[in-house]
Structure formats: structure tokens, C-alpha cells
Design a binder for this molecule. Sequence first.
Ligand SMILES: [Zn+2]
Length: 286
Amino acid sequence: MVNALTVDVEEYFCYAYPGDALSRDEWGELESRVVPHTLETLKILETHKIRATFFVLGWVVERDPFLLREIRDRGHEIGSHGYAHELVCNQSPQQFRDDVARSVDVIADVTGEMPMGYRAPSFSINGESVWALDVLAEFGFTYDASICPVRMRHYGAPGVPVEPHKLDNGMWEFPAATMRIGALHLPFGGGGYLRLYPFLVTRWATHRLNAEGRPAMIYLHPWELDPNPPVRPHSRLHRFQHTVNLAKTRSRLLHLCAEFEFAAIGDVLTQLEAERDNNVAFAAAK
Ligand SMILES: [Zn+2]
């Protein structure tokens, strides 16, 4: 089973916790650290011969266009993480359309191509903002990877299928990986969860998903390889979410890369589509 490995390319200060976010004026004043940590991520993937999906933030690409060139030149798939890291559920459809358009333009200026997929900041396409999926289809994205199919404190769209599935508008949706333990249904695919849970849990949950015939989507941010970010969220809870076990991210990523098979989201979906077509042809031949 091939899993999807994804990287959201943003700075350590681009957090969007409700009531605890920095303004873009403040972003411009802060020390940039995205380049070395993204290059380090690229090196780890190169060592393990893994092609991943990089969802790049338009604001970062505008400041460091060579970073996107590096990612593209090393053969990785490019996706959009929006331009300004605004939560989708806080935007009107027109504001969202403008943000996506700006990110697509910035990316296409560097690569000459439309990004293939979209990842919303903080998985913020929830039950109230699913209209965003039709806006993304208008742009011609092949897939979206912005939905957590479990209700969490600030995000989540319970009721959405937990496996990759085709939407009515023709796009694929590849939801965040989740696990069931008794009555509990929890995300585990990356970010804070990859750092918070004991690694044995991530390992067990990924094996279990694969044994059920489902690929897991793992995600991380280059800033999670930085154990000492110079700026942290003010609220104690957000600070915990943002910084817990940062020193463990690198070794956990290395273990995942060594133990599981990974590819870019587009490659995983191509494989799923071929399997689905084979099953349909097999059923028709019976
Ligand atoms: Zn983000």
C-alpha cells in the first residue's frame, strides 16, 4: 500500500489559531527560517527516494521563489496552500476565490504550471465551508486535501467519507488520516498529532489503515524540524499545540520514511483510479 506524504511549506509564524494569529505586517518583520528547513526536508526525501506533494503558501513563494524551483526541480508534486494562510471557514466565497487565484498566479509565475491540488490552511474546509470545493473545481484542481473527517475544536467535517473519494464536481477529495479506537475517532496523520501521540500509535494506525486497503495521508511542515522557533502563539493551549515535541519530528519522519511506502497524492490517486477501473472491468467480465 502506497501512502501519501505531504508538506505544507510555510513559516513557523504563519499559524492561524483563532484569536491568536499574527498579521501579515508582523510576518514581514520576523526572521525567515523556511528555506533551510524545507531544504532539509527535501534532503530526507531524496535519501529515501520519496516523491511527495508540497503545498506551498503563495506569500512564501513570493519572498523565496527559488525554493519552489528547488522543490519542482527535485521532481516533487506542487500544490497550493493558498496565499495568505486565512482560514477558509472565515472567508466569503469571493475572498476565498481571490486568495486561491493569487496563490495560483504566484506558483504559475515560477513553475509555468497550474498547481495540481489544494490544501486549506489548518484543514479549514469544514461542514459550513464545503462550498469551497466547487470554487476549487472552477480553477481546475485535480484534487483537494483539506478536510479532516472528524469534528475537532476549530475544524473538521464529520460525515465526510474517511477514504479518498471522487466528488460530484469531478475532483478527488483525500481526507486527513483518522483512526478508530473503540468509540473514539481521531486524526493521526501529521502536524501536532504526529508530535503529540507516542510514535507507536502513528505506526500502528498507519499499518492498520493499510491492512484495511486504505492509504494514509501523512503531513508535516518544514518548521516542525526546528526545535526552537523564535516566535510562539500567546495562548497556552495554542503554544502547546504548536511546539509540543518539535525535537522529535525529524526522527519520526525518518522512521516513517524507512518503514512505509510513500508517494505524492497525485500518484496515489492515479493508482486508486486504476484499481477502481480494474475492479469495474473484472465485475463486468464476470
Ligand atoms: Zn498551513
